[in-house]
Design a protein around this ligand. Structure first.
Ligand code: ADP
Length: 458
């Protein structure tokens, strides 16, 4: 097992990884930017090194600075968390060259899966269902138009190197395509190193359902069941739950076995998530693979009892999967996660500033993952996620009640947070009935704007 691990991240995920290391008796090294001197990950790690100015590109994304910190502190491995360098194949390669274990899949897998057009191709070859679309990145608008006509409108243009819900354009009419194609290519080139764009069928009102994967270095893969992540704003997830209210045990088992076969075929190792869209006929289509731990991993931990971050460390150190996962996995109860972002609960405008008072909820079934504390200044430079509130219950009804109770008992003063927004969603009859898709929040906002009118029927 590793003796010392560097965490190339900040915020709640850095604290989460430090916790897993402590559980395994591994020493930890935190790296931080000048804006994060007072951050909790710095305080909890055994050692901490400043790696640069506040802006991510000068600190958390600065590969030479992170590698130097790893060399100075003589660590065996680096855990990248999510975001920043987590899916950067170049970084994983530098780690390998420097003799430092990168906690994640192999460089080649990260590279392949980082190209969403390539991932689609691989998934198809491995026998997973994909949406009709392009085989290769599209060269010209004319090529895109002819393919879109074959598939039928609407279609969605996506940046092959895209992520975080950015770089997508929905095309409803042939006449819109050339302009949107050029916009998509331009945005891709500016935001994601590559201007490659591909196209697939656009599903109206799909559900987003993803499956958690764990693989070892000996060719074994286990699929641990799904998470439902349809409550999104601008393609960014805000509330997730496990299991999905729309997946029955038979479908889950069938999908998990298919995924295990497919991922064993590509030699997948460590943690990953296969994302799917479900259409209104309950068919699932693969859209992309995230080769890292995800924000919403705690809900899978709650219903499977498997510590995913600890598993990542064990698997990276060469442990066989059989020592982590044994027997058939069926979800135990139901878990929901609310992302508490430092944002205005109505406009979603980010809110940096000092947290003047903070009280965290607890009690049966509640977990809070956060790096925030009373007196901490939320810096404006990074992601606005300040806490994740996770409620686990015997069933969905109990998980919702526990979430409502703990949202009501959670206090974060001095900044705006999404707590009031989550309270409204938890009380919404459509949410309670599990009656939603990825457009749920648009309708929810509309309904609130129409306050006093009768509810808009889906
Ligand atoms: P990213 O990598 O930026 O997160 P994804 O490909 O995972 O992008 O898609 C993010 C979200 O965009 C999905 O959860 C879904 O809401 C929407 N989306 C993506 N592809 C489609 C599609 N073909 N049809 C309908 N919605 C889509």
């Amino acid at each position: 097992m590793f003796k010392k691990v560097l965490i190339a991240n900040r915020g709640e995920i850095a604290v989460r990884v430090i916790s897993a290391c402590k559980d395994l008796g591994i020493r930890t090294v935190a790296v931080y930017s000048e804006a994060d001197r007072e951050s909790l990950h710095v305080r909890h790690a055994d050692e901490a090194l400043c790696i640069g100015p506040p802006r991510s590109k000068d600190s958390y994304l600065n590969v030479p600075a992170v590698i130097s910190a790893a060399e100075i502190t003589d660590v065996d491995a680096i855990h990248p968390g999510y975001g920043f360098l987590a899916e950067n194949a170049g970084f994983a390669d530098v780690c390998r060259e420097s003799g430092i274990r990168f906690i994640g899949p192999e460089v080649e897998t990260i590279r392949q899966m980082g190209d969403k057009a390539e991932a689609r191709k691989q998934a198809r070859a491995a026998g997973l269902p994909i949406l009709p679309g392009s085989e290769e990145p599209l060269e010209t608008a004319r090529e895109a138009l002819s393919l879109a006509k074959d598939i039928g409108f609407p279609v969605i243009l996506k940046a092959a190197g895209g992520g975080g819900g950015r770089g997508m354009r929905i095309v409803r009419e042939p006449s819109e395509l050339p302009e949107l194609f050029h916009q998509a290519r331009h945005e891709a080139a500016v935001s994601f190193q590559s201007s490659d764009v591909y196209l697939e069928k656009y599903i109206e009102g799909p559900r987003h359902i993803e499956f958690q994967i764990l693989g070892d270095n000996h060719g074994n893969v286990a699929a641990l069941g799904e998470r439902e992540c349809s409550i999104q704003r601008r393609h960014q997830k805000l509330i997730e739950e496990a299991p999905s209210p729309r997946i029955d045990s038979k479908t889950r088992n069938r999908m998990c076995r298919r995924l295990e076969k497919a991922f064993e075929r590509v030699g997948y190792s460590n943690a990953g998530t296969a994302e799917f869209l479900m259409d209104d006929e309950s068919e699932l289509y693969f859209i992309e693979l995230n080769a890292r731990i995800q924000v919403e991993h705690p809900i899978t931990e709650a219903v499977t009892g498997i510590d995913l971050v600890k598993s990542q460390l064990l698997l990276a150190a060469g442990e066989p999967l059989s020592s982590i996962v044994s027997g058939k996995i069926e979800p135990r109860g139901h878990a929901i996660e609310c992302r508490i972002n430092a944002e205005n609960p109505k406009t979603f405008v980010p809110s940096a500033g000092r947290i003047t008072q903070m009280l965290l909820p607890g009690g049966p079934g509640i977990r809070v993952d956060t790096a925030a504390y009373s007196g901490w200044f939320v810096p404006p430079y990074y992601d606005s996620l300040v806490a994740k509130l996770i409620a686990h219950g015997r069933d969905r009804t109990e998980a919702i009640s526990r979430m409502q109770r703990s949202l009501g008992m959670m206090l974060m003063e001095g900044i705006d947070t999404l707590i009031p927004f989550h309270e409204r969603v938890m009380a919404d009859p459509d949410f309670v009935l599990g009656n939603f898709d990825t457009h749920y929040l648009d309708r929810f906002a509309q309904r609130r704007a129409d306050a006093g009118m009768s509810r808009v029927v889906k």
